[in-house]
Design a protein around this ligand. Sequence first.
Ligand SMILES: *[C@@H]1O[C@H](CO)[C@@H](O)[C@H](O)[C@H]1NC(C)=O
Length: 154
Amino acid sequence: MMAMETVRCGLLAALLALGALCGAQPVKFKDCGSAAGKIIIVDITPCPSLPCVLRKGQSYAVNVTFSSKTSSQTSLAAVHGIVSGIPIPFNIPNDDGCKSGIQCPIRNNQNYHYINSLPVKMEYPSIKLVVEWELKDENDKDIFCWRIPVQISS
Ligand SMILES: *[C@@H]1O[C@H](CO)[C@@H](O)[C@H](O)[C@H]1NC(C)=O
């Protein structure tokens, strides 16, 4: 009995360690017009393959590494779910980029990590859609804009 338990715990620990190692998962994204910046990496965790399977009631970690091509006092995120070509606003806990891992003012030619989360509400329908995530500068220009396909699932 004791040995079995030990094996089980060992296995669990190994799996957890592996999970932590594979924590950051760069995903293939489409650039949708990052005029005021350049996207370097988009990490969604967990999202081992595309489309990202987003389970209802879970929250997904978002980490966007980008370089800025603008200087800006502010940065504001806008997230949309595009369903059949129609963008529907997605609520995120905090749309202020300056409170999402970015130290403002944003300076030209600097690299930043934008850190946020994407909560998937229970009431979302189980459909395939495209998530579009923009970060806008003080002139309403996109510092970054990326799109990835997702599948919402229960
Ligand atoms: C975000 O991603 C960058 C580049 O992969 C990494 O260096 C950084 O530690 C990540 N930050 C967080 C909070 O995960």
